[in-house]
Design a protein around this ligand. Structure first.
Ligand code: SF4
Ligand code: SF4
Length: 340
């Protein structure tokens, strides 16, 4: 069922849900952007529907709700290690179709990648429900249609924003009772049917290892500056490192944290003894690209990249990852033509 609800009424639902859920959505942070006069749009706890920035693409994704930038994995008290005290929180997250698909990719990495399930991710993921924010137009650099992530059925509620009201589709039985008596409407969330840029994903069966040594990667050696903005804004990058923190008051006490890391940044592949697997930035671009469109697909049957375009939005060197995927596809097709 779908309903039309005025903003102030919807805010009373949010207030009620906030007793059981932490509610997150994309929020505009004035002056919090790259320069002092630019804003940031990232995921924060929200209280009112007006807190949500729905007219623009968020700079960071909902990834950090389920996989925080930094997280304590255990506490150290002299000889004793203990798990942090976790409240049994539930999460309600407003997000777009591509980002729901990105969470499906994170599920593969954290929950279905061999016999081990990541307990920190699992604890949050099992308690998370999605409110799908429909897209009625494609944003700059999106290529979700090419990646087949422009649509999803995986949500509890779907929403469309107007200035003073929302349309809401309620699929999850847990929320269905709540809206009884509200004004019913015909509504399902919007989704885009075309983007400004199209991407062709390479056929993994045709991809040859000679591509790993192709000259195309050299182009990125000089252009990339290893800032890692593409990794940290990507909803499907899940690499992390761990770091130990010792408290000033007592150096025998502290905590071990995991902290986001990224394959494009310096030191990511540094080993004891000084060896580093990918020192040059072209190799890092090759590794990232192949992981997103080749290795992951071979293992899980779907491309890791969901086409949100945030890496292209954020790169200070105007490196286009979408263009890079197309270049790989062109090379794969050329090679296969030559072989025939
Ligand atoms: S690689 Fe780029 S386009 Fe693909 S999911 Fe990550 S940020 Fe989005
Ligand atoms: S955002 Fe651009 S310059 Fe920065 S690491 Fe990624 S590809 Fe390189």
């Amino acid at each position: 069922m779908s309903y039309e609800i005025r903003n102030n009424k919807f805010n009373s639902y949010l207030e009620k849900w906030s007793k059981d859920y932490e509610i997150y959505g994309p929020v505009r942070i004035l002056g919090g952007g790259r320069f002092s006069d630019t804003d940031n749009i990232r995921y924060e706890k929200i209280k009112n529907i007006e807190d949500i920035e729905y007219k623009e693409k968020s700079i960071f994704s909902a990834k950090e709700v389920l996989f925080p930038v930094t997280e304590t994995i255990f506490n150290i008290q002299e000889e004793r290690l203990s798990e942090p005290n976790y409240e049994n929180k539930k999460y309600l997250v407003f997000l777009r179709s591509c980002d729901i698909h990105a969470i499906d990719r994170m599920d593969n990495i954290f929950l279905k990648n061999g016999s081990f399930q990541d307990p920190y991710y699992k604890r949050r993921r099992e308690n998370t429900k999605f409110i799908l924010m429909g897209c009625n137009n494609s944003f700059e650099n999106c290529f979700c249609v090419s990646m087949e992530t422009n649509k999803t059925d995986n949500y509890s509620m779907g929403i469309k924003f107007f200035d003073d009201k929302v349309y809401i589709e309620v699929k999850d039985p847990i929320f269905q009772e709540e809206f009884k008596g509200e004004n019913e409407v015909e509504f399902t969330p919007d989704y885009v049917l075309e983007n400004h840029y199209n991407v062709t994903v390479p056929d993994v069966k045709k991809l040859d290892f000679s591509l790993f040594n192709d000259e195309m990667w050299k182009d990125y050696e000089n252009r990339c500056i290893a800032c890692g903005r593409c990794n940290f804004s990507c909803p499907t990058c899940t690499c992390f490192t761990t770091t130990d923190i010792h408290y000033k008051e007592n150096q025998d006490n502290g905590e071990r944290r995991r902290v986001w890391a990224g394959c494009q940044v310096d030191k990511f592949t540094d080993m004891a003894g000084g060896h580093s697997f990918r020192r040059d930035y072209g190799s890092r671009m090759r590794f990232k690209t192949m992981h997103k469109v080749y290795d992951f697909k071979k293992r899980f049957g779907e491309t890791m990249c969901v086409g949100c375009g945030r890496c292209d939005d954020r790169c200070p060197e105007y490196i286009s990852f979408a263009r890079c995927i197309n270049l790989v596809s062109e090379k794969v097709n050329e090679e296969n033509k030559e072989e025939k």
